[in-house]
Design a protein around this ligand. Sequence first.
Ligand SMILES: C[S@@+](CC[C@H](N)C(=O)[O-])C[C@H]1O[C@@H](n2cnc3c(N)ncnc32)[C@H](O)[C@@H]1O
Length: 257
Amino acid sequence: MMNKKVALSFLLGGGLTVVILQGWPALSERVHEKLSFFATAVKNHDQVGAVAPFSQETGKTIMQESLAHVSAARSLKRRQTLRVLEIGPGMGGVSEMIVSFLEQQHPRYKLDLVEIDRDFATLLKEKFKSNKRIKVYCKDFLDFRARGRYDLVISTLPLNSCTFSAQLVGDIFDKLRACLRADGVFTFVEYVGARHFSRAYYRLKLSDEEYELLQGKAELLAQIIKHNAVSKRVVPLNVPPTWVYTCTFGSTKKPLK
Ligand SMILES: C[S@@+](CC[C@H](N)C(=O)[O-])C[C@H]1O[C@@H](n2cnc3c(N)ncnc32)[C@H](O)[C@@H]1O
């Protein structure tokens, strides 16, 4: 009886050790990525506009919604090439989710990543170097020269950051429209309550004139969502929780309430 107990404890202990040893590199890699992201975010906070990368849950929601609407917009066959653009991929957390969905559902995809931060872009090039379907461009999106139009554009740009003026946000959406096929789909994120929070926060920090400009941006984002969003999903499992808006520039959509 005693021997059985000892054997069982050895078995459980051994199993646990194997799980820990196998899981540790992946876990420590994730922790390392989060810390590196945080360090760049602190150094470059206006441009990065986040303290943590978007969660896997956010990536999943982005892809589920985007692909559902891409398929609805035109009858895509699996053998057709799906052209996807991601703006602001950071360290590539959402990009990995994009790749995993595309490999399954549209294996003939092409994915372009446009990232302004040089360190992030270097990391992305390393991360995806073995995937010939992915190209990384270290560029400001506004200076990016797209070769042909995309079926899907995904943005995790921090549009509510104070350095993103109403003019800049307007220019980004104009450029995005120019990059997209007429029946293309675009998806972007916005932290829950971000517009209300930044209004209250910057009311204390900005001059009246600057504050007016910020109000203009909030109004512009609200209009873009009202006229173009075909779906709006909340992702509670993100720090902080976030909205995922999927949109089309097509004229046939009914605006979301
Ligand atoms: C909120 S972070 C999102 C990062 C990443 N997608 C994730 O999953 O966590 C925003 C990213 O947009 C990038 N970015 C900011 N302005 C940009 C621009 N004009 N063009 C391209 N990338 C930009 C930042 O460097 C940063 O990596």
